[in-house]
Design a protein around this ligand. Structure first.
Ligand SMILES: [Zn+2]
Length: 237
């Protein structure tokens, strides 16, 4: 059942590696780790802005580093807190949840609700990037598309997106549900529980960080944008 049209929404949960001054101790503790892939997802903010501009779609951006609190984990997931923020006082944790985590997640959810009720299913693309080598193992992909295989619309869309990417950039390594599974704990997984498969498609686009700032980085951004446009055109047919 191909949909005629999707309302687009983009998000970058891990855009920033900043930590607010009131949590200076966490930043000092984390030290150089803040500047690494563990502090943030390089490249996603630039890509998110480009896509939001091209498609005139809303973009939601996490303001603080995931080393403070992890927007892409459920409220009770053990990795909501990093080893640097775990020891914060209960009251400090509660205010991070109340003043930052929940408002971010609620704002995205409300916007999905608004878009969906005003004109059809929402395609949410949550942008992430992954380190080329993790624990000595080379990650064997340039891009990953993460989705729930039990949701036919997500599965079909990611299959078509993979084809469109390969057509535009034949050398590009695009894998599905790699380097993570789309149904692992995360924001899109949470949102799938809030919205039906007819209301919501939650896709995570995972980008290999070796491209970011390197030669071909702008070309890759263009390919991602153009492939998505092609997909939507296909749907609109
Ligand atoms: Zn991420």
């Amino acid at each position: 059942m191909p949909q005629a049209w999707y309302q687009l929404l983009f998000s970058c949960e891990h855009a920033s590696n900043r930590i607010p001054a009131k949590h200076r101790a966490v930043a000092e503790d984390a030290g150089r780790v803040l500047g690494t892939h563990r502090g943030h997802d390089p490249g996603t903010l630039e890509l998110g802005r480009r896509l939001a501009r091209k498609f005139r779609a809303p973009l939601f951006v996490g303001k603080w580093s995931r080393l403070l609190i992890e927007l892409n984990r459920s409220r009770h997931h053990p990795r909501l807190w990093s080893e640097f923020s775990r020891q914060l006082a209960g009251s400090e944790k509660q205010s991070l949840i109340d003043d930052y985590y929940l408002p971010y997640r609620d704002a995205v959810e409300s916007e999905i609700r608004r878009l969906e009720s005003s004109g059809g299913p929402v395609l949410h693309v949550s942008l992430h990037s992954f380190t080329p080598v993790l624990d000595g193992v080379v990650r064997n992909a340039d891009l990953g598309l993460l989705y729930d295989p039990a949701r036919a619309a997500e599965r079909d869309l990611c299959g078509r997106w993979q084809v469109a990417l390969r057509e535009l950039a034949p050398g590009l390594g695009v894998r599905r549900n790699y380097p993570y599974r789309g149904v692992a704990d995360g924001f899109t997984t949470h949102l799938r529980r809030r919205f039906t498969a007819n209301e919501y498609l939650g896709i995570e686009l995972e980008l290999n960080q070796r491209f970011v700032g390197a030669r071909g980085w702008r070309d890759l951004q263009r390919v991602i944008a153009d492939s998505l446009a092609r997909l939507l055109k296909h749907h609109a047919r």
